[in-house]
Design a protein. Structure first.
Length: 121
């Protein structure tokens, strides 16, 4: 019968032997606002999923993907909402305050949709 066990090496510190255990090399992931929001939600409300992602070394990848997807969707949805509400470059030149208001409204509406769909699912 063949065994798939790997031998564990130890090192001595003082009177004690400690196993030489190392995590595999991991890629550095970069994520922003939406990734941090997702992380907080996972820790507080989806603990089993959070622990599973940590144990499988997939948390960083998951957060980076959520962050990227959320930014893209917010941008796309806000652009569409602004277009539907008549927010265009001409308005920006003629009535900048109205343009800013419409754009802020579009961004907030888009963000609420994305938060419900991606972050807090």
């Amino acid at each position: 019968m063949e065994s798939n066990r790997q031998s564990i090496t130890y090192h001595k510190e003082g009177d004690y032997y400690y196993p030489d255990l190392y995590l595999p090399e991991q890629k550095e992931y970069e994520y922003g606002k939406y990734g941090r929001m997702r992380l907080k939600h996972l820790k507080e409300h989806r603990r089993p999923l959070y622990l599973s992602l940590v144990a499988n070394l997939k948390l960083g990848e998951h957060l980076e993907e959520i962050d990227q997807t959320a930014y893209e969707r917010v941008h796309r949805i806000a652009k569409e909402i602004a277009r539907r509400n008549g927010c265009h470059e001409n308005l920006k030149n003629t009535d900048p305050l109205k343009w800013v208001g419409l754009m802020n409204n579009a961004i907030h509406c888009a963000e609420e949709s994305v938060l419900a769909e991606l972050i807090y699912d």
